[in-house]
Write a protein that binds this ligand. Sequence first.
Ligand code: ATR
Length: 272
Amino acid sequence: MVRTFAVIGDPIDHSLSPAMHNAAFLETRMDCTYIAYRVPRGDLSAGLDSLRAAGIEGYNVTIPHKVAIMERLDSVSEECSLIGAANLVHDRGGRRRGFNTDMEGFLRPLLSRNVPLSGCRVLLLGAGGAARAGASGLAARGASHIHVCNRDTGKARGLAEHCSKMGVSSSSGPLPSYVEGGFDLVVNATSVGMNGGPSPADMSRVPPGVVAYDMVYTPVRTSFLEQAEGADAATIPGWEMLLHQAALSFSILHGRDAPVPAMKRALLGVFD
Ligand code: ATR
């Protein structure tokens, strides 16, 4: 019998997870399929029941459920409890276990470029589930200060407090209209810029040498990245984090190494 896996969220039509996971199944000759399943905000409990009724035993979780799902899990991994968000669920034997592969997926592109994280001054735009994963990873790697900016400043304050509890100096505020100096790394962890929208903050004045990292991956070259590039900042596109979190999710769900080159081909093929 074909086993079905899924990604849940809302909106979900833009998700590239099915392309990557289905390419991985093809490559490894696994008799499995992976679908996108829309679960609207506020309908999470009913959505999880439907997934269980349909026999879907593993699913990724995206906007807006990564934090809300924590209350509905029977157990969570160490990363999940550190971050306070889950992006992967295993539902087996009537028990749901949460995992978080966003943090590791976020860190890998920084580590592979040897971006110095110890002592790094970070400007983090956003305070949702993905931002929590990024902040936790940077805090764990010795960032010296994390300034969290968000439309909802109460959430920004909450995430800054989380960073402080992890032993990192932190502060918070509203989204700035433009970004200037004082930071080594600027991360866009909002969903602003998706599908070609404007950057959440004007990046055209960042000093050269700053690293600008966008978690948004559609389009590949977002306004945030284009503006940063124009200012001679180094840039990291969102598809890299997406690929690494997917590969880690595959390993956890299936207990084997992910065929990363096949997943990358499928992901980049969608953008061509
Ligand atoms: P994810 O799990 O991917 O982080 P999320 O938890 O829903 O998704 O978080 C989305 C982030 O994008 C939040 O920081 C959100 O800001 P609010 O907390 O103020 O909602 C941000 N965001 C989404 N739409 C936005 C918009 N139009 N302007 C500014 N920020 C926005």
